[in-house]
Design a protein around this ligand. Structure first.
Ligand SMILES: *Cc1c(COP(=O)(O)O)cnc(C)c1O
Length: 256
C-alpha cells in the first residue's frame, strides 16, 4: 500500500501509527539531546537525570509507542484519564507518576496504578495514600510538592503544594506511614510571587529545600522539576527528574 494512503480498512491505521511513531521518536531524540546538553553544561553525568514523559490528554496508543521507543516513566495529572490508560497499558513495563492535584476520594484508584505520587501536599492525603497502599499491598513512592509561591501559613491555591515551611512536618508523616516511601520533592515553576518568571532561581530554591530534607531523610534524593519550556534550568539547578509533555507529544488539544 502506498505510504500516506489512510483509507479505513486498507491498512491506513498502521501507516498512521508508523507516522506517529516517527514523529514521537524525533521529538524524543530532541528532548534527550536537550537533557544531554544541559547535563554537559552543568558538569553532570547524563544518567543523573531521568526523563518522565507527561502523557496527559494523549491516548494509550501514544503511551504504547513511547514504551516501544524506550520510555520507562510516564506521568498523568487526572485520575479519570489516567486510570483507563494505565489499565490498557498494564502489560508494559512503565512506572506511572501521578503529578496532579489529588483529592482523597481518588486515592484508591491512583494507588492501583501509580508507582510514584509527586503531588503529596498535605498530611490527610499522605494518610489516605498509606491506607490504600497497605490495602493493595503496594509500596507507593511519594514526592512532597512544594509551592514556592505560597505565603507562610496560608493554604496554597488551585495548583497544589505545601509551603517550604511545611515540608519537614509532612516528611515526618510520610516517612512514618506504612506503605509509603519518601522519595523527595517536586515543584512546578510558579506563575506568581517572587519566583514568577525566574525558573532557575525557583529550582535552586527547591534544591535548598531538598538538601534540608536529605539532612534528615538521606534516601529522599529525588528532585522533580522542569517541563518542556524550562528543563535546562531544572538540570542546571540539580533536578534528578524532568517532566516533559508538549515537547514530546505536541501541543495539547485541550487544557490539562
Ligand atoms: C502538564 C505537566 C507537565 C508537562 O508540561 P509541558 O509544558 O507540556 O512539558 C509537567 N508537570 C506537571 C505537573 C504537569 O501538569
Amino acid at each position: 500500500m502506498a505510504r500516506g494512503d489512510s483509507r479505513p480498512g486498507h491498512g491506513g491505521g498502521r501507516a498512521v501509527t508508523e507516522d506517529r511513531k516517527t514523529q514521537l521518536a524525533g521529538n524524543l531524540a530532541r528532548v534527550q539531546d536537550r537533557i544531554s546538553t544541559a547535563c554537559a553544561k552543568a558538569g553532570r553525568p547524563r544518567d543523573d537525570v531521568t526523563l518522565i514523559v507527561v502523557t496527559k490528554t494523549y491516548p494509550a496508543s501514544d503511551v504504547r509507542l513511547l514504551a516501544e521507543l524506550g520510555v520507562r516513566h510516564v506521568a498523568e495529572n487526572r485520575d479519570q484519564d489516567a486510570a483507563p490508560k494505565a489499565d490498557e497499558c498494564a502489560d508494559l513495563s512503565l512506572t506511572w507518576h501521578f503529578v496532579g492535584q489529588l483529592q482523597t476520594n481518588k486515592v484508591r484508584s491512583v494507588a492501583g496504578y501509580a508507582g510514584v505520587v509527586q503531588s503529596v501536599d498535605r498530611a490527610k492525603l499522605a494518610t489516605a495514600l498509606s491506607k490504600e497502599a497497605v490495602r493493595s499491598g503496594r509500596e507507593l513512592g511519594c514526592l512532597i510538592q512544594v509551592a514556592l509561591d505560597a505565603e507562610p501559613g496560608v493554604a496554597r491555591g488551585d495548583r497544589g503544594g505545601v509551603a517550604p515551611e511545611g515540608v519537614e512536618a509532612l516528611a515526618e508523616v510520610i516517612a512514618g506511614a506504612q506503605g509509603l516511601r519518601l522519595d523527595g520533592v517536586m515543584t512546578v515553576a510558579p506563575l506568581a510571587g517572587p519566583y514568577a518568571g525566574r525558573q532557575l532561581a525557583a529550582f535552586e530554591r527547591l534544591m535548598e529545600i531538598s538538601s534540608d530534607l536529605r539532612a534528615t531523610h538521606p534516601a529522599a534524593n529525588m528532585v522533580s522539576a522542569g517541563m518542556s519550556s524550562d528543563l535546562e534550568d531544572a538540570v542546571a539547578a540539580g533536578a534528578t527528574h524532568v517532566r516533559v509533555g508538549t515537547a514530546v507529544l505536541g501541543v495539547r488539544p485541550r487544557l490539562g
